[in-house]
Structures are given as structure tokens and as C-alpha cells.
Write a protein that binds this ligand. Structure first.
Ligand code: SF4
Ligand code: SF4
Length: 512
């Protein structure tokens, strides 16, 4: 079995190395045709073409020098405008990604199909080969987490930090410099054309990778928790919502020339839901657009509180949400790294509720601008508020830190410290919900498995030892604490509200 695992790991690593090398391979040549097809503004084209004259003749061996010279040509035109303070004439280039992608030639462009198979299909098979022997190696499913703190990858070793560095770098490039990753995007053009009817953007690649990683890592979850129906159902649920709702349906809507919408992504997690361009797009799509808008508002005002009342925030955070889905699959090997200290709990409450307030203020500012046409509210530029939120929370916190810090701070960094929707769900769960984790304190042997594997940093054992119900706003109801408890002390329940804040007495104990 060990041999199969090692072969699988080797296959995966080779495929991953091929994937990593792609941005540095191939050649790049910009022709006038590619330029005019991708840079639509004819007036600006006339200004830029003389500056790009030499550029059109040249073939580049790397996208780094290609992008550098392309930007240089741009700057030479803009410098003149800036010198003359003709700010309205300065040309902003939003096309560099498509220009670089369409200028790619040679090895990558000519071998897209085989590279797709190597990078995504064979690498996944390698990953599965590494995981599947666990079915036979470990006689008991679920709770055999032995040696988790002895391995560098799961206990902040060098490999963990390298993995974190890779994830953070990936997020920085996909958000800020996607042009450098255009060779990766080329690989999914075929799939994108089938689904959306157009070539892939960096976001299509991101969605595809997200689904693929969740799919492969779900197999690990199925094996690890194969004796626990709650975990099996929950894993299937997050996988379904990610692939169908977050990836397939929005892309098919785009193909049908309808507004792109992830029907399960709720404001304020979907922080751009009330942005002007989205409201305008929905309004221009008649009844369907208004229905989509109504659905989003219904979820915020009615869907969230009603569902949290009956089931706790787990219905969303652990069964539906894409961020939660990635945390529960890719992030599962790192869940034990969450900080359980009271200090961390204090910071968690301050930070996550501050982000919620920021999201509300930003949305009020955006709506104010949408309805009044004025871009200043109380002397503050509403676009600046929106940009600050998009960059600071949308990109840095949710993306680079939220996922990049999995190997360092555990799997739910974003959900615990940053997600404004989790804060909203948590407030309802804390004060008006039937959900709780009941503890049968008499059975607890204080092994601490539950606290160790709580990804939200809850010291579950402390509650168990006191026989107290766990009613924490941050608990996402993942159920892993119950799954790893060797004594069956913990139970996730939706009981009546009565006695929720009291220590729970089991019916069989009431007899005594
Ligand atoms: S307390 Fe249990 S169910 Fe709640 S987040 Fe922690 S491990 Fe998951
Ligand atoms: S509740 Fe279960 S897992 Fe937690 S300390 Fe007690 S026996 Fe161990």
C-alpha cells in the first residue's frame, strides 16, 4: 500500500511541476490583428499603435519581458499626457490579460489538450492514488488522526510554509496580475467555450480549480469519515453546491446572455450584490432580473434568520457555502492549527463584527450613490470605500489570507475572523436558534480530541467537562468534534429553545 501511495505522490508532484512551469514556457508575439481585436477603443488604438510599432515585430521568449515592454509602450504614451496634465486622456489598460493570452504561441498553445490531461486529470489521479490506500491501511475510519502533530505539513513545518507561500502568491497573481498566468487559463478555454460560449478568463480557471480541488479532497473526506453519515452527507452537499451553484449555473447563465449569479451566495459575503453595475444588469433583464434581485434580498432578510433559527448556522457554513466547502476539504488536514486561546476568541469577535459593520457601511454608501448619483457621502468618496473593501476584504482577507493561511492558522481563518455573513449568522445562532451541541459530561475522559480538531478554535472539552451546552456564535456545526470523540459525549441537536442556555439533561438521566 505504501508503494501505491508513493507512486501516487510522485505522479502528483511531477504533474504539479509541469503546471508550475507553464507560465514560463512558450513564446509571445503581438500582431496588429490581435491588438485591434482585444483593444476596442479606436481612438486610443491610433495613439498606441505608433508606440507599439517595434513591439509588433518582436517575438518574446517569456511573458515577463513581453509584459514589461508592452507596459513600457503604454507608459511612453501616457507620460506625455501626464506631463501636459491631460488626465482625461490617460489610457487605462484593462486588456493586458487578453492581449498576453492571445499573443501566446508555441509549446503551451500547441499542446493544450495534453497539458490539460497532465495538469488536471493525471495529477488528480495521482492524488487519489495517494489517498485511496488509507481505506485499507487504517482499520477504523474517522478518528485515527495519529501523528498529526509529528508531520511538518500538518504542523507548520517547512512544507506547510512553502504551501502557504504558494497559495498566497497564487491569490496575488490571480487577483492583481492575471496576465502572468495566461498560459494556465489557455488550458481551460475548451471547457469554457462549452459552458459559457466564450474563451476562459482567470476567474473561470479559478472556479474550475476550486471545484477540482474540492472534488479530489472530498474523496479524502469520504475515506476518513466513512463511518460517519453526517460527514458523508455534508461533504456531498458542499461539493454539490460548489459545482452546480457556484460554477455550472452561473457560467450557463452567461452563455444564455443572462446575468451571472450564484444563487446561494448571500450578501454580505457576496459584497458586490448591491453594486451599481450588478443592479443595472439585473434591472435590464426584466422579470428574471427582478426575481434574481428579490431572491438575493429574500435570503438576506428571511432565508438566513429562519434557517438559522431551525438549524443553526451550519445549514450554510457547513452544508452550502463555497468558502466553507474549501475549508472542509482542502483545509481539513489543517483544522487542528486553529488557536483555542481566549485571546484569539476576543480578537475573533472584534474583527469579524468590524468587518460586518464595514460591509454594511460600504453597501449603504454604494446604494446612496446608485440612487442619488452623488459619489460623496458625508464628505467621503463612496467609490474609495468600495475599493478599500474590495481590496482589503474581498481580495486580501477572503482570498490571500483566508486560504493562504490554511497551513499556518487552520482551515477557517476567513470564516472565523473575516466573514461578515458568518458574523450575521452567528448573531442569530447565539440569540435565537434551536441549534446547540449537547454534552454528556459524565462520559468525558478529557482526551481533548474535540478541542484539538475544532476548526473554529472552540475549547469544546471545557464545555464537555462541565456538561454545558455549546452555544457559540462561531460554531459552524461541522460536527467533527462529535466525530472524533471516542466516548460519544457530543451531539449536534435542533431542540426546542426552552432550556437552551441550561446544562442539557438527557431524558434517560431525568429518571434519576
Ligand atoms: S464546536 Fe464542533 S461543530 Fe462547532 S465548529 Fe467546533 S468542531 Fe465544528
Ligand atoms: S468530549 Fe469527547 S473528545 Fe472531547 S475531551 Fe471529552 S471524551 Fe475527549
Amino acid at each position: 500500500m505504501k508503494i501505491i501511495r508513493n507512486i501516487g505522490l510522485t505522479i502528483f508532484l511531477i504533474c504539479f511541476a509541469v503546471f508550475l512551469s507553464l507560465p514560463f514556457l512558450g513564446k509571445y508575439k503581438l500582431t496588429e490583428k490581435i491588438f485591434t481585436e482585444n483593444f476596442k477603443d479606436t481612438e486610443q488604438q491610433k495613439l498606441l499603435k505608433p508606440a507599439l510599432k517595434d513591439f509588433f515585430k518582436k517575438e518574446y521568449n517569456s511573458n515577463i519581458s513581453f509584459i514589461k515592454d508592452y507596459n513600457k509602450a503604454f507608459d511612453s504614451v501616457n507620460d506625455e499626457f501626464k506631463k501636459n496634465k491631460e488626465w482625461d486622456k490617460v489610457i487605462y489598460d484593462n486588456h493586458v490579460f487578453s492581449i498576453v493570452k492571445n499573443s501566446s504561441q508555441g509549446f503551451v498553445k500547441d499542446n493544450v489538450a495534453i497539458l490539460f490531461i497532465i495538469c488536471f486529470v493525471i495529477s488528480s489521479l495521482g492524488g487519489l492514488m495517494y489517498m485511496i490506500p488509507a481505506l485499507f491501511i487504517k482499520p477504523i475510519a474517522g478518528i485515527k488522526n495519529d501523528h498529526i502533530f509529528q508531520r511538518g505539513i500538518t504542523n507548520r513545518g517547512i512544507i506547510a510554509f512553502l504551501f502557504a507561500a504558494f497559495l498566497i502568491t497564487f491569490y496575488i497573481f490571480i487577483y492583481q496580475k492575471p496576465a502572468y498566468l495566461s498560459n494556465w487559463v489557455l488550458l481551460v478555454d475548451g471547457l469554457s467555450n462549452t459552458l459559457t460560449g466564450t474563451n476562459a478568463s482567470q476567474w473561470f480557471l479559478y472556479g474550475f480549480l476550486y471545484c477540482l480541488i474540492m472534488l479530489v479532497m472530498s474523496v479524502r473526506m469520504y475515506i476518513k469519515y466513512r463511518d460517519n453519515n453526517y460527514q458523508l452527507l455534508r461533504t456531498t452537499s458542499v461539493l454539490f453546491f460548489q459545482i452546480a451553484f457556484a460554477f455550472m449555473i452561473p457560467n450557463i447563465l452567461t452563455n444564455l446572455q443572462l446575468p451571472y449569479m450564484d444563487f446561494k451566495n448571500i450578501w454580505p459575503l457576496d459584497y458586490s450584490f448591491f453594486f451599481d453595475y450588478r443592479l443595472t444588469e439585473l434591472a435590464s433583464n426584466g422579470m428574471l432580473g427582478y426575481w434574481m434581485l428579490g431572491w438575493g434580498i429574500f435570503l438576506i432578510i428571511i432565508g438566513v434568520p429562519v434557517m438559522v433559527y431551525f438549524f443553526g448556522k451550519r445549514w450554510y457554513c457547513s452544508w452550502v457555502c463555497g468558502c466553507g466547502g474549501l475549508a472542509e476539504t482542502l483545509g481539513d488536514p489543517f483544522r487542528q492549527l486553529s488557536d483555542k486561546s481566549l485571546k484569539a476568541w476576543k480578537y475573533e469577535r472584534i474583527i469579524v463584527h468590524s468587518v460586518l459593520v464595514f460591509a454594511v457601511v460600504m453597501t449603504i454608501a454604494v446604494l446612496y450613490t446608485f440612487f442619488t448619483g452623488s459619489s460623496t457621502l458625508l464628505g467621503v468618496d463612496t467609490y474609495a470605500i468600495r475599493q478599500t473593501y474590495s481590496f482589503g476584504i474581498g481580495f486580501m482577507f477572503a482570498g490571500a489570507i483566508g486560504t493562504g493561511f490554511y497551513p499556518v492558522m487552520g482551515s477557517r481563518v476567513w470564516c472565523r475572523f473575516g466573514c461578515p455573513l458568518a458574523a450575521y449568522l452567528g448573531i442569530v445562532q447565539r440569540f435565537k436558534s434551536r441549534f446547540r451541541i449537547t454534552t454528556n459530561g459524565g462520559q468525558c475522559i478529557s482526551c481533548g480530541n474535540c478541542s484539538t480538531f475544532c476548526e473554529m478554535g472552540i475549547d469544546v472539552r471545557a464545555y464537555a467537562q462541565n456538561g454545558e451546552n455549546i452555544i457559540r456564535s462561531s460554531c459552524v456545526g461541522c460536527g467533527i468534534c462529535a466525530a472524533v470523540c471516542p466516548r460519544g459525549v457530543l451531539k449536534l441537536e435542533n431542540l426546542s429553545e426552552e432550556g437552551r442556555f441550561d446544562a442539557y439533561v438527557r431524558p434517560e438521566e431525568k429518571a434519576f
